[in-house]
Design a protein around this ligand. Structure first.
Ligand SMILES: *Cc1c(COP(=O)(O)O)cnc(C)c1O
Length: 376
């Protein structure tokens, strides 16, 4: 059986976790947390990276920093994971969904401006499959209307847009290190902060509303309750696990890109004959091989293909049910404009197995089976 995902494991994880235990500091902000944050700051050229317990929590921190109030509106795509919306809904925001582009499944940058009202506070964009949104246009609109931009870069670690790392272009960037992502610590994430003015508050929100981070640096002699907050620090054992993978980030990235390209090349004939569609990576975007998907004719054909692959020991899966059509989406949000692509394209998209340890022969086998299904 070829699984859809196998969590990455590189070999040094156990040794580093043992070191974390031997350091006798397994709570948050220990040696490995520091190493991971520093690595991320250097690689992404970010001013500040705070490791968190998940990308969901990084998004919640961003929503706290944006200072969302009851009734504020946040614009985002409907084709995304629930956390993109949840983080803002928890603070009382109304979600305004706009349509996606069918070629990348990302928010259509040209539809954002028309969805802005006096209540709009932020735009949250999602870099689907590690392929960047059109950030130039998005930042231009955000500047014009004085909106905060939050990048949900859960899938975008090690990917870039015109030379800039995803997660560092908007005001805030959120990474995920969940076991389904390119680099993992089981559950985990990171918040990237562009403007230094937010760092102090971010540290306070992350440390239960206290200035304990300052205290640990020796900047204050006791720590106090400064604001509301929560606990968003991962254990240093988890950070140790992640650090082993960050050390091999280039190798993991290269392998994923290689498998991605192999899928693409093998399946290109099916695209050329009009049977399926393949992902599009726009000019200026460097992706990270997070996902390989194809688009079938419609949902019915997709279901048949999933079953056919399963019979051949291959697990393939579809992805998001658009948020605006889900119960909470109806309650907390509205769709601005026409749903031309969100529903239709989400029903056609099928993800094929993609993970660090996926073998070259396995990709060949999967591609052959997809071709067989289409009689090619
Ligand atoms: C995985 C994912 C998340 C959630 O990440 P967690 O670390 O599990 O909280 C959020 N948004 C997107 C787009 C994701 O793919």
């Amino acid at each position: 059986m070829i699984n859809f995902n196998v969590p990455p494991f590189t070999g040094k994880e156990m040794e580093y976790m043992r070191q974390a235990v031997e350091n006798q500091k397994i709570c948050g902000d220990g040696e490995f947390t520091h190493k991971c944050s520093k690595w991320i700051e250097e690689r992404t050229k970010s001013k500040k990276c705070l490791l968190t317990t998940s990308c969901t929590h990084a998004l919640e921190l961003a929503a706290l920093l944006v200072d969302i109030k009851e009734g504020d509106e946040v614009i985002m795509p409907s084709y995304t994971f629930v956390s993109t919306a949840d983080a803002f809904v928890l603070r009382g925001a109304k979600i305004v969904f706009v349509d996606i582009r069918p070629d990348t499944m990302n928010i259509d940058e040209n539809l954002i401006e028309a969805a802005i009202t006096e209540k709009t506070k932020a735009v949250s964009v999602v870099h689907y499959a590690g392929v960047s949104c059109e950030m130039d246009k998005i930042m231009e609109v955000a500047e014009k209307y004085n909106l905060i931009v939050v990048e949900d870069a859960a899938q975008g670690v090690m990917a870039s847009y015109k030379g800039q790392a995803l997660g560092t272009i908007g005001d805030f960037g959120c990474f995920s290190f969940h076991e389904t992502k390119n680099y993992s610590m089981g559950e985990g994430g990171a918040l990237l902060i562009r403007d230094e003015k937010y760092i102090e508050n971010a540290e306070i929100f992350r440390e239960k509303g206290t200035d304990r981070s300052k205290y640990f640096r020796g900047q204050v002699d006791k720590y106090r309750w400064m604001n509301h907050g929560s606990s968003y620090l991962p254990s240093d054992m988890n950070a140790a696990y992640l650090y082993a993978q960050l050390e091999l980030a280039d190798e993991i990235n290269d392998i994923r890109l290689k498998r991605w390209k192999q899928y693409y090349d093998r399946l290109a004939p099916l695209m050329e004959s009009g049977k399926i569609e393949l992902p599009h990576v726009p000019e200026g975007c460097i992706h990270n091989g997070h996902m390989f998907y194809i688009k079938t004719k419609d949902m019915e054909e997709r279901t048949e293909l999933i079953n056919f692959l399963k019979k051949n020991d291959i697990l393939s899966v579809f992805h998001y049910v658009p948020l605006h059509s889900a119960p909470a989406g109806i309650k907390f949000g509205r769709f601005h404009g026409e749903d031309r692509y969100t529903t239709k394209e989400s029903e056609r998209l099928l993800r094929l197995p993609m993970f660090y340890e996926l073998k070259e022969q396995e990709v060949d086998y999967i591609a052959d089976k997809v071709k067989e299904f289409y009689g090619a």
